[in-house]
Design a protein around this ligand. Structure first.
Ligand SMILES: [Zn+2]
Length: 454
């Protein structure tokens, strides 16, 4: 059975002296991670790979930074994990660029092969199924595309990561006498052979969490305070929940609404007042940014960061709440959803950007959670022109929609704009020429026009 991991953050009750020792270790951990990050990028550009099991010529120097050889292994494991998921996002972008390009089919096929094996920067020859080696110019093209993709993103920053430790450096046990603390964590420090005992305070969420406690502990820092994350494998619980989950309908299409967080093809508007709350965040954040700009200060400040964190917290809670409710009440077997986050003309550019980035991550995370817990299937559909397409006759026209009203210029169908779009998403499942997320926007429009003429 695959692991399904959840982390609960617990508060500690250490004195200042112990706390300082944990901060020392955390600082050393981050320094080491930055060095290992550099090492892995060098490997990546020279040999085309990142490597968990790598042994650096300066292995003992690196180990000295974090105080022990096994901790260096943990740091490397963590760094490679972060780089791996960063690269997998870049891999998807690479694939989209190639798909939407006007390159000949043969070249596209080869580029996809290079991308599939992450061999953008590899030096060894690559032979395809038919025995043909991928020509040098295609490899060079792959490198150029990947460089362009990479240059669009900031590389992962390791100077602020958490510590993810296994039982070699951190182990948890239940407190034997029930005083104030429920758990004790035994933790290595930077002082050779010295370990400290960290008392941890449990909370209702954690003590009700069913599953198998993993031998991994995370140490997080937030606003100068330390938190300890205990990882639980809930795969067994998920299997039971999945067993018990009885879908009530085959599928539901979800779209990002205008006023509400989500709209479904059944006409439900979920998360009422969402946009209004975002507008309030927007006002506060914009005012703060404007104020700082007026006084020639850079936008970021502790207060600004706090507002952004509150916004992210709001998005997480709100999206989680609404989607949990959807799973509980409507109980769909499958959820069909578009990949893009909505942009609202009522929000500032800054806010649209913040919500697009943070919101999309939260939604994807939450949907993956529904799959893990209930077995709900998730399908992503291309959303291009879905707000202009008439869900009754297929006629596409920008003028079909005016704000929340949708009125088809061809067949006269009148429907709420928030209901029209998810209906289109749902029907696009069986129309790959329109619905595939691999289609470029222009190709979707062509396919829609063709379909309408038939
Ligand atoms: Zn129509």
């Amino acid at each position: 059975m695959n692991e399904v991991l959840r982390t609960d953050l617990l508060d500690h009750g250490m004195n200042a002296g112990k706390e300082q020792k944990v901060f020392d270790l955390l600082r050393a951990w981050r320094r080491c991670a930055a060095l290992v990050g550099r090492e892995q990028w060098r490997l990546f550009f020279e040999d085309g790979r990142i490597e968990k099991m790598h042994r650096s010529p300066a292995e003992s120097d690196l180990a000295a930074v974090v105080g022990a050889a096994n901790r260096l292994q943990m740091v490397r494991h963590q760094v490679v994990g972060i780089l791996g998921s960063f690269l997998s996002n870049r891999q998807n972008e690479f694939s989209r660029i190639v798909e939407c390009s006007s390159l000949p089919g043969e070249t596209k096929h080869q580029l996809h092969f290079v991308n599939r094996w992450r061999a953008w920067f590899g030096r060894e020859g690559l032979v395809m199924k038919d025995g043909a080696e991928i020509p040098g110019e295609t490899r060079a093209l792959a490198r150029r595309i990947m460089r362009a993709v990479l240059s669009r993103h900031r590389k992962p920053d390791f100077s602020r990561i958490n510590m993810v430790m296994d039982q070699r450096a951190a182990s948890v046990r239940e407190a034997e006498d029930t005083t104030t603390f429920d758990l004790w964590l035994r933790l290595s420090t930077m002082e050779r052979g010295q370990r400290i005992e960290v008392p941890l305070r449990s909370h209702a969420y954690f003590s009700d969490r069913k599953g198998v406690c993993k031998k991994t502990v995370q140490v997080n820092e937030r606003e100068g305070r330390l938190f300890f994350g205990i990882v639980t494998d809930i795969a067994g619980v998920c299997a039971e929940q999945k067993e018990a989950y009885q879908p009530r309908c085959e599928e539901i299409a979800l779209d990002y609404g205008l006023r509400t967080l989500f709209a479904t093809d059944q006409g439900d508007l979920l998360g009422q007042g969402f946009l209004r709350k975002l507008e309030r965040f927007d006002q506060r954040i914009s005012r703060l940014a404007a104020y700082r700009q007026k006084h020639d200060l850079r936008t970021r400040s502790p207060r600004y960061d706090r507002e952004i964190r509150r916004l992210r917290g709001f998005l997480g809670t709100e999206i989680g709440r609404v989607l949990n409710r959807l799973a509980r009440v409507q109980r769909p077997g499958r959820i069909v959803v578009e990949r893009l986050w909505f942009q609202s003309p009522r929000l500032s550019r800054r806010m649209n950007r913040l919500v697009t980035n943070a919101g999309r991550r939260v939604v994807e995370h939450k949907l993956a959670d529904l799959t893990e817990r209930f077995g709900i299937e998730i399908e992503y559909i291309n959303p291009a022109y879905s707000s202009q397409e008439c869900s009754a006759c297929g006629y596409v026209d920008r003028k079909n929609r005016a704000g929340e009203r949708f009125e088809c210029r061809w067949c006269g169908k009148k429907v709420h704009a928030d209901v029209n779009a998810p209906r289109n998403l749902r029907s696009r499942r069986s129309r790959p020429a329109v619905g595939s997320v691999k289609q470029a926007k222009a190709a979707v429009l062509r396919a829609l026009v063709l379909e309408f003429q038939r």
